[in-house]
Design a protein around this ligand. Structure first.
Ligand SMILES: [Zn+2]
Length: 227
């Protein structure tokens, strides 16, 4: 009995998963370097447009090689649609999901990754508008897809250079808060964007993740990949 009891009261170290949306982008390479140095794997919800048109660099071959590198280094490649349409364009969603998934499957083949379902994340996540269910949920349900949500996002795409330490502190606090509830944390971050007013560069995210992973190593926290 004593052994059983102690297994219930054992300190469980916090567990977290890193996810990155909207990539690839100009900071994806630095982010992959940070993850490799820490020995941590993540899930990348890629935007087809940032691969096939690559407006952030004008070089689709470079964009593609970043995604292939991510897959070869053990990261999971997921689909974040091709175009990142706003939720009100839900009638166009199914075709855009299929188009994005085809890009991801092609990248997986090139990188030699095992055939497996492609995880999916909705642009802007699940929304409630005027109290109504997000009309995109039945669309993806009809396609046999689930939505990979998160336990917290951090508006990291809005953060200027230099905000990495503050971002890291917020991520650490969130992981601790969820561990206290007995839950793993799924962090939603962004290694690129859609070219809106916040551009494509995400230096605060790279620095924040680097600092978070230093802290996680010190505290012996464990990471995993979703799904
Ligand atoms: Zn997004």
């Amino acid at each position: 009995m004593r052994g059983l009891y102690s297994s219930y009261t054992r300190y469980n170290a916090p567990v977290f998963a890193l996810t990155f949306d909207d990539g690839p982008g100009p900071d994806t390479e630095a982010l992959l370097d940070v993850l490799r140095a820490a020995g941590v794997r993540a899930t990348f919800f890629l935007l087809g447009r940032n691969l096939e048109e690559a407006p952030w660099c004008g070089d689709p071959a470079r964009a593609r090689s970043l995604a292939v590198r991510a897959a070869r280094e053990g990261h999971v490649l997921g689909n974040h649609t091709w175009s990142h349409f706003r939720p009100d364009r839900w009638r166009e969603l199914a075709a855009d999901v299929r188009r994005g998934e085809a890009v991801v499957r092609d990248l997986r083949r090139e990188s030699g990754a095992a055939e497996a379902p492609v995880p999916f994340r909705l642009p802007y996540g699940v929304r409630v508008t005027d109290g109504a269910l997000d009309p995109r949920l039945p669309v993806i349900a009809s396609m046999g897809l689930g939505h990979q949500h998160w336990t917290s996002d951090f508006d990291d795409w809005t953060l200027p250079h230099g905000e990495g330490p503050a971002l890291a502190a917020r991520m650490v606090a969130h992981i601790e808060q969820f561990a206290a509830l007995g839950l793993d944390a799924v962090l939603d971050l962004h290694d690129s964007g859609t070219g809106s007013s916040f551009g494509y560069s995400r230096p605060a995210t790279v620095e924040g993740v680097r600092l978070l992973l230093e802290e996680a190593r010190r505290r012996k926290w464990k990471s995993y990949t979703v799904p």
